[in-house]
Design a protein around this ligand. Structure first.
Ligand SMILES: Cc1ncc(COP(=O)(O)O)c(C=O)c1O
Length: 469
């Protein structure tokens, strides 16, 4: 990574909303917030906010209004659809871009719309976010492709399952990047194998798309992706939009799961003729503002270049892994080799031996102003596997949770980087973790039984002092 590139990424910080926000600490001081929770949600880009504000001057109903503003809004909405489709290599003759509210909804829509019967098999992997596992369990037989001790996909197991279940696997539904370890499966290689076995492939790109170029490829290429799901709140546009891009032929058949305004050609008291996709799939008034924001964020990321984003984040990841490796009592999960940082995302899960993940996260927030995520990251099966938790122990944990006691819930602390994070922020994290590992923290923390969370004793604040409606 050259200094010039680093400098331009430093400048980029100026265009991210809220990065200079001061937050209160336990000792009464204030500190600039460090956000290492980008895998959950990213802050908005200033350019996105500006575009949204400019658009509000023209905001009106889309598709159904005849007024001038409606025409401008409709044009912006359809332009956003085109930009998002281009971003993932969609071809209008082959694919449709369907707006919804997040990646979970996009995957649930596909689970509803694919023609599956209860005996069909959907292959998911053990590393999936629950949003790419549970929708399939409701519709078909789900099998989980194994992962190894580092949480990396076992492709031999994948092939063995495809062979054993020959003819029954209708879909391979796999993440493009793990939200826990940052592992990047070779999605196009998996696509070739899935297609050879007569299955289609969905790639959950909620984590992948903000960090790497996604290319669905034309349908006549054996490595093509049949469907991808995207999430704008992980792409610097948190305005309530998610997208499913998928094969047009799938959505030309059948009926939508939500029915209502905008989905039909003509309705009589006894007949319904559905519109063509994507209109058929978007019941009710769409989130036009969210679509505009998502497209603006994509244009911004494209102006930086997805390769430059990947380089910058790989550099941060390698730096963080080096720093963490030098600290006592830190256990990193997944691939912890700094030299491999180009082949994974900047998502690093870890624990400090002898410390609850809940406590580490609480101290980082209350004493250092660092926002991380802790717990199981909506990927319970994967976490249990990475932590080597046996079935009997997992059952005990389950019973505790059903009894509203999360105190012993296994979990990890996760830091995840975005385009605007810096080495200096990682230095602060490393300093904080080394102090915590040495037992060097100021507060007394108590644990809430129901949530499992630790909270500093004698410290409370009114959120409305910071933001009130
Ligand atoms: C891999 C993955 N898939 C799906 C989701 C769900 O995304 P959304 O919040 O947009 O529904 C997440 C969210 O963390 C994720 O990390």
């Amino acid at each position: 990574m050259t200094t010039t590139t680093l400098t331009s990424f430093d400048k980029l910080r100026e265009s991210v909303v809220g990065l200079h926000q001061q937050v209160p600490l336990l000792d009464g001081s204030f500190r600039t917030y460090i956000n290492f929770d980008n895998a959950a949600s990213t802050p908005p880009l200033g350019g996105v906010l500006e575009k949204v504000n400019a658009f509000m001057e023209w905001y009106s109903s889309v598709h159904r209004g005849s007024g001038f503003k409606s025409q401008i809004s409709t044009s912006a909405f359809e332009e956003a659809r085109r930009i998002i489709g281009d971003f993932v290599g969609a071809r209008p003759a082959e694919h449709v871009v369907i707006f919804g509210k997040n990646a979970s909804e996009a995957i649930n829509k596909l689970a509803f719309r694919l023609s599956l019967n209860p005996q069909d098999v959907v292959l998911v992997s053990l590393m999936e976010h629950h949003s790419n596992d549970l929708p399939w369990r409701a519709r078909a037989q789900v099998e989980h492709i194994e992962v190894d001790a580092l949480g990396q996909l076992d492709e031999t197991d994948f092939e063995a399952r495809l062979a054993r279940l020959a003819g029954r696997v209708k879909l391979v539904a796999i993440t493009g990047a793990s939200n826990v370890t940052g592992f990047l499966p070779d999605i196009h290689r998996l696509a070739v194998k899935a297609h050879q076995a007569g299955a289609q492939i969905l790639v959950d790109c909620a984590q992948l798309a903000p960090h790497r170029r996604v290319d669905m490829l034309p349908l006549n290429n054996p490595a093509h992706l049949d469907y991808v799901a995207l999430s704008a709140h992980k792409m610097y546009a948190p305005f309530g939009t998610g997208v499913l891009v998928g094969r047009r032929d799938t959505f030309e058949q059948g009926e939508p799961e939500y029915r209502g305004g905008g989905t039909i050609k003509i309705v009589t008291p006894t007949t319904v003729d559905w519109s063509s996709p994507p209109e058929k799939e978007e019941a009710g008034s769409p989130n036009v503002v969210g679509a505009v924001a998502m497209a603006a964020a994509i244009k911004f990321m494209q102006s930086i270049g997805m390769a430059a984003i990947a380089d910058h984040e790989a550099e941060l990841t390698a730096y963080a892994l080096e720093k963490l490796a030098g600290l006592p009592r830190i256990e990193i999960y997944g691939d912890a080799v700094p030299g491999n940082s180009r082949n994974r995302l900047g998502v690093i899960p870890f624990n400090i031996a002898g410390f609850s993940h809940y406590l580490v996260a609480a101290i980082l927030s209350a004493e250092w102003g660092i926002g991380v995520r802790n717990g199981c990251f909506c990927a319970h099966p994967y976490l249990l596997h990475l932590m080597g938790i046996a079935e009997a122990e997992a059952e005990k944990v389950r019973q505790n949770i059903l009894n509203n006691d999360r105190r012993e819930m296994p979990g990890m602390v996760r830091v995840s980087f975005g385009i605007y994070n810096t080495r200096e922020e990682i230095d602060v994290l490393a300093q904080a973790l080394s102090r915590i590992a040495a037992g060097n923290y100021a507060g007394k923390y108590y644990q809430d039984k129901e949530s499992g969370e630790f909270r500093p004793e004698g410290w409370s604040f009114d959120p409305r002092e910071y933001f009130d409606l």
